[in-house]
Design a protein around this ligand. Structure first.
Ligand SMILES: *Cc1c(COP(=O)(O)O)cnc(C)c1O
Length: 398
């Protein structure tokens, strides 16, 4: 048996491998420098071009590019009319932003539990949490696998709820043959550097609904309109004239970000292909490990993975998740945990949320670990990760 690096042995690799990393090439750099030499740095032609590219890629009617994924979620909640006194149902196994956007609107996040096998929000638990105050559902496509949109849609239709899809992980995924971006009332993307494509920071909301689209534009830019048809007071004051007709924010994307986004979108097929390839290699490598439980793949979702999660069966291992994680770090494979249940955070506790709300989420949290997956990984990198996981298992097997 190989001696673990954490116990004084040689590490599997000499350099650190992280769980995610961007892919930036000369075309991306060229696209950004073109903007810098041009007329506009923000709100110029590149934002419109990136939005059209997103519409073309997903098949959605409208795309609204914003400064980041969190802003996208906030705009979606505002367009859905979420406000004080409302409740919005979401999952606890997500990044904090999926729930924070509800708090920004003065509404209350309600946490539905997750499915024990896919780790996505469980439609039955959503149905149990609907009240007369419920306004919307924010379903997260965790790791890139689409949530059970068909079942969730049914609940939303029955109770007249807006369906927002947090697709920060799932650009490029198809559900029942349809692209993510066309499934929910509004779909939110993030273009943070660890996500499938990046704009440095960036986000977008996709929708087919013209009314929601108008509200999203207002939310993005101060609630200000130049459209006479929307004006309340004086449509014919003069060409300088504009009106603020609702309270909006400055969530605009710059042309610098948009140029990078558009350049990245041209390469997305190769990014997706590589992520799928790595997923397949991991699935095959770990399928015979009884110490690891793999995330269940539902056949409705043709998934591009943003994250690859292994769940440790701690009854089969003579170590804690912490010890496993630290042993992987010592082998120079830096894992991450996605995610700590959102309502466990001190800020949420202070709002009155208590441990025990979502038993599945809490149980699964204790065993999960994200291992590296990103297109720039070489086949040696992938082999190193598999090697490190198997090395730790071999040493810690009961
Ligand atoms: C990354 C992420 C966000 C937030 O996106 P930013 O662009 O970082 O603001 C929201 N939800 C989920 C699930 C994410 O992973």
């Amino acid at each position: 048996m190989e001696k673990l690096a954490i116990e004084g042995g040689l590490p599997v690799r000499k350099t650190k491998l992280y769980y995610g990393h961007q892919w930036i090439d000369e075309e991306d750099i060229q696209a950004v420098t073109d903007v810098m030499r041009g007329e506009y740095l923000t709100c110029g032609p590149y934002v419109a071009k990136a939005e059209q590219a997103l519409e073309k890629y997903t098949g959605a009617g409208h795309a609204v590019a914003v400064s980041n994924g969190t802003a996208a979620l906030h705009c979606a909640c505002l367009a859905a009319g979420v406000g004080p006194g409302d409740e919005v149902i979401t999952t606890p196994i997500t990044f904090a932003a999926s729930a924070n956007c509800i708090l920004y609107c003065g509404a209350r996040p309600v946490f539905a539990d997750i499915d024990r096998e896919t780790y996505n929000i469980d439609p039955d638990s959503i149905a149990k949490h609907v009240t007369p105050r419920t306004k919307a559902v924010i379903a997260v496509d965790f790791t890139g696998q689409a949530a059970k949109i068909r079942e969730i849609r049914k609940i939303c239709d029955k109770y007249n709820l807006i369906l927002i899809e947090d697709a920060a992980h799932s650009i490029g995924t198809k559900y029942e043959g349809r692209m993510v971006g066309t499934l929910a009332d509004m779909t939110c993307f993030s273009f943070h550097p660890v996500k499938t494509i990046t704009a440095g920071e960036g986000g977008a909301i996709l929708t087919d609904d013209d009314t929601l689209y108008r509200k999203l534009l207002l939310a993005r830019s101060h609630g200000i309109t130049h459209d006479e048809a929307l004006m309340v007071d004086a449509p014919h004051e003069g060409s300088w004239y504009y009106e603020e007709i609702s309270l909006g924010y400055n969530y605009r994307m710059t042309d610098i970000q948009a140029a990078l986004l558009e350049s990245q979108l041209q390469k997305i097929d190769s990014f997706i292909a590589r992520r799928k390839e790595i997923t397949k290699q991991y699935n095959e490598a770990f399928s015979d490990c009884r110490e690891i439980i793999l995330q269940k793949e539902i056949q409705e979702s043709n998934t591009c993975r943003h994250l690859y999660i292994i769940r440790l069966d701690l009854e089969q291992l003579d170590c804690t998740r912490r010890q496993f994680f630290d042993a992987m770090s010592a082998e120079n494979v830096q894992c991450q945990i996605h995610y700590i249940p959102v309502y466990w955070f001190p800020y949420y506790r202070q709002l009155g949320y208590e441990k025990g709300l979502c038993p599945n989420a809490e149980e699964i949290y204790h065993g999960i670990m994200s291992i590296p997956i990103y297109p720039k990984m070489t086949s040696q990198d992938v082999e190193d990760v598999i090697h490190a996981v198997k090395k730790v298992i071999e040493n810690k097997r009961r």
